[in-house]
Design a protein. Structure first.
Length: 132
């Protein structure tokens, strides 16, 4: 892995480590949505088959994977623009391709962690396993 990509991964890691807002934002909206869709699925499971309720939860978790991936990349670029650091990043020998590769890697890690948390919560609250 390129040292430039690694340095951007460290930059994003340190930002998330020291920003309570970033850590909470990664999990909070997914948790709230899981609770809403989970209770809706439980309500629908009473009047219909459990497979329809499971379909709602699978759909939500898969949609959340896409949302997290998009949010992670978009908000990282936006954060760099707001802090007026984007021009500083690109005055280095870093290419746009390397910048987005680093953001995709970090987005994948963040999505994997949050999806694991949501899947665990869905299993304990609703008895739903995404691997089932």
């Amino acid at each position: 892995m390129s040292q430039r990509i690694y340095s951007l991964l460290l930059l994003t890691y340190y930002y998330h480590k020291h920003s309570l807002e970033a850590m909470v934002d990664a999990v909070w909206w997914s948790l709230v949505s899981l609770l809403v869709f989970g209770f809706m699925a439980m309500y629908l499971a009473r009047g219909s088959s459990e497979s329809e309720a499971a379909t709602i939860l699978v759909g939500f978790i898969l949609w959340d994977i896409l949302r997290l991936g998009q949010d992670s990349i978009t908000l990282t670029v936006l954060r760099e623009i707001w802090s007026r650091n984007l021009s500083n990043i690109f005055t280095t020998p870093l290419s746009v391709k390397e910048f987005f590769i680093a953001q995709m890697i970090m987005s994948g890690i963040k999505t994997l962690v949050v999806t694991s948390i949501m899947s665990t919560i869905a299993y304990y609250l609703y008895g739903f396993s995404i691997t089932r």
